[in-house]
Each structure stands twice: as C-alpha cells, then as structure tokens.
Ligand binder design. Sequence first.
Ligand code: MG
Length: 385
Amino acid sequence: MKIETIQGQVFVFPSYRCSDSAGHSHPSETVTEAKMALLTITADDGTQGRILAPVEVIRPFVLDSFARKVLIGQDPFDRERLWHALEQWQRGSAGQLTDRALAAFEQALWDLAGRKLGLPVYKLIGGFRDKVPAYGSTMCGDELKGGLSTPDEYADFAVKMVKRGYKGIKLHTWMPPVSFAPSVAMDIKACEAVREAVGPDVPLMLDGFHWYSRMDALTIGRALERLNFTWFEEMMNEQSIDSYAWLAGQLNVPILGPESAAGKHWARADWVRAGATDILRAGVPGVGGIGPVLKVAHLAESFGMDCEVHGSSAGNLAACAAIANCRWYERGLLHPFLEYDEPPPYLNTIWDPMDSEGFVHLSQEPGLGEDLNLDYIDAHTISTY
Ligand code: MG
C-alpha cells in the first residue's frame, strides 16, 4: 500500500466566536465567517485518511515543500518512520514545518489506518477505556455582562456545568486586553467564588494568565492550596524550566505542564528531571501527533506520574482513551453564551458527546472519530490544492 495523493481544501462556515487582540477566543456578537482546512491523504487502493486543521498549518507551501516530498509513495502504515522523516525536515524548514503540521499529517495517517482496518484509532493504539471523564474548560474571562466578567459569573456558570454533568471544572481567567487583567486578586476571587458555589468535592483547576512572575504565581498557588485545587497550569512563561522547578518546590498544589513549550516528548523528559512539574502535559497538535503524546504519557507512567492531554479534539480524545495515566478529557472551551453540544455545520455529530454523568464516549466508527459532513465541506470550499 502506498500514499498516492495529499490534498488540502479550505472551506468557510458561520462562527459564533471571535478572537480578541491577543488571540483569545470569545463569543461573538454577530455571526462571522470562519475558515477551516481539511487534509486528505489517499492511498493507491482508494483508502483515505482525513483531519481538520487550521488553514495556515497545512497551507499549500507546507504540502509542497515537505509533506508530499516525504510521504508520497510511502506505506501509510509506517507512521513512526514517516513521522521521524518529517520531524527531521523541521530543522531545515526555517520554522515553516510546525509541530501542528506534523500532527495533522500523522493524524490523517492514523485515520487512514483505522478506516483500512475497520477500527477506531484508540482501539488501533490499544484501548484503555471506551469513555473518559471530562472536565469543563471555560473560555478566558471577558467583560461581557452575564458572561465571564466577574467572579460571581464564573460561580454561576460553574453551577450550570456541574448540573450538565461535568465532574471537574477548569477556569481560564482574565488576560489582556481585558481592562483589569492580569490580576492576581481577581484570579483568586474567581477561584474562591467557584469553590464556594460548587462545594468541596468538585475537582477544580486553574489556567490563568501565562506570564505571571514567580512571586505572583506563588501567591495564587498558596490560595489554590487553601481551596484544594487539583492542579495549577501554565501560570508562568514555560521557556523558564527553572521558574517552574522553583514554584513546584514550594507548593503542594500539583503543577501541570508544559503545555505550550516546544520540544515534544524530549523537552518533557527535561521537565521531569528538573522537578518542574507534578503532572505532565501533552496535546496532539502541540507535540506533533498522537504518537508523541503516547511517548509523553508512557514517560510519565514510567515515573509514576499522570499525563493530562491538552485540548478538545478527536485525536486528543483517542489518546485519552488509550492512556492509563490520564484522568481527564478537556472539553471546551465553554462559555455561558455558547452551546457546545451543537455540532458545527461541517460535522454531522460532535466528536466528544458527553452523557449526564460527565463521561465522553468514544466513537466506534473506523478512524479518528471526526464525523465530517463532506457534502457541506465540498459545497463551501473556496480553494483546493
Ligand atoms: Mg492550558
């Protein structure tokens, strides 16, 4: 079996989200037109693997300069060899071949393999469970009345999330350009209000401003200890491993990371050695694929640590279901103004349906689990390459 073609396809869809000047996502007051890309890898027997990806990640230059050179003519089942061949191209790519692009190509290969073999990807990896408990992950704070603009609004929303079935809640608090952000005091108030509202037994996590100083991070961390939080995530610049080691050495609340730091599984080994984290972190796009997430999880398991998977996607869910030492699936981002359970028009169903007990169930269909509405995508395609 050989890879014959690699195609990118950009389509448009109506979105109820917008990005602020720092790139954080919020509910939009008007419907906007958003773009998404679909990557399709086709083998010589007609089997296809697909994955949705941001438009820039799999733009024509990336397909022409790297993916087609490395993948065309190769056996799509040689994921490990092909991943390393792509990964080594990164050095000479002047930053153009990103970890996110690696993740897109690798996930399309997983999807192709699952479809060829008639298996969901998590079973192909080796399943650990068929449903994963989800924590509800809020959007970043805002200044929208009735949204996430005050500690009390976070508390009200947290109560609704618990009623929906979520067994854990993670707050993303306020970041610039919100007028009063960043604010140590407001972050602590939001955490206090949510703890007060949901009671002592609901696991809570904080993912606040990512560029606090050591002393600000320590102040928040002490409050989270008092409030019995489950973890404290990316509160400082992750480029400084030593700052995380300094903080982890002083706090009892578990530190989780790194999420956005580069370096895939190799960098995460350095974090463990440095004592910079208590719970490892890896997301499929962030570390370059499902394979590297599994490597991080197995590294963590070998050290008796958990590895929590970053972000909502079919690939992340498949990884969660194939890892023993991952407690949660991150579901979101959630906001009082947005309906997460409704599929966007390019999907027939969402990839992470959650029951009233807070469990997300894995699709039993062959492949990665993205239930694409290909008719909608084809009808709204603006470029194919
Ligand atoms: Mg995070």
